[in-house]
Design a binder for this molecule. Sequence first.
Ligand SMILES: CC(C)(COP(=O)(O)OP(=O)(O)OC[C@H]1O[C@@H](n2cnc3c(N)ncnc32)[C@H](O)[C@@H]1OP(=O)(O)O)[C@@H](O)C(=O)NCCC(=O)NCCS
Length: 184
Amino acid sequence: MFSVALREDAELRPLEVWHAEEFAAHMDKAREHIRPWVGPTFVTEDVDKARDLLRRYAERRAADSGGLFGIWWRGELVGGVLLVGFDADWGNCEVGCWLEPGAEGNGLITAASRTLLDWVFHTRGLHRVEWVCRADNERSAAVAKRLGMTMEGQRREAWPYQGKRYDKQIWAILAPEWKAQSST
Ligand SMILES: CC(C)(COP(=O)(O)OP(=O)(O)OC[C@H]1O[C@@H](n2cnc3c(N)ncnc32)[C@H](O)[C@@H]1OP(=O)(O)O)[C@@H](O)C(=O)NCCC(=O)NCCS
């Protein structure tokens, strides 16, 4: 019902429990592509698990501690951006993202993240947004860089995946940095 136009062919909307079937169908296309790079609980296997995930995010949204937003591109749900660890008192949050492979390479995540960061910094008045990715996730790090974030460090071998441990990068941007680059 409510949506923000990212551009002519793409919209950002809250992803809600009633999207469970659409989300599950999208996840069938995205699952193997995103599995190595996102938390295991995000990779849902069927409609019931999709509904559980959407409910968890609805509860976080109700508690003002997170949010999940889908990107509809050419009328289809193809991915999204999310808020995790959203803490208005401390002024911090983390932004995450994902796409199905057919939607990569079109600037959708950069556009959606910009919209989300504007809301986080300007409307909600937070001070710091983090972006956390596996150190070998070049496409994700490229988005963080495009958003003007700084790579603050790596947590060594903090990301276990299929019997191996990977380094984790922490990127971040602060409110004055975001506002300065938005006004240029
Ligand atoms: C991380 C991920 C979301 C990045 O997707 P992406 O499509 O590379 O990112 P964007 O949507 O910002 O698109 C940027 C690309 O679109 C291109 N592009 C095309 N039109 C564009 C436009 N109008 N504006 C900006 N970029 C545009 C850019 O050149 C860039 O392509 P390139 O990297 O080949 O140079 C995606 O790779 C993914 O889902 N990976 C698996 C899950 C994952 O890693 N999630 C993140 C966990 S931390």
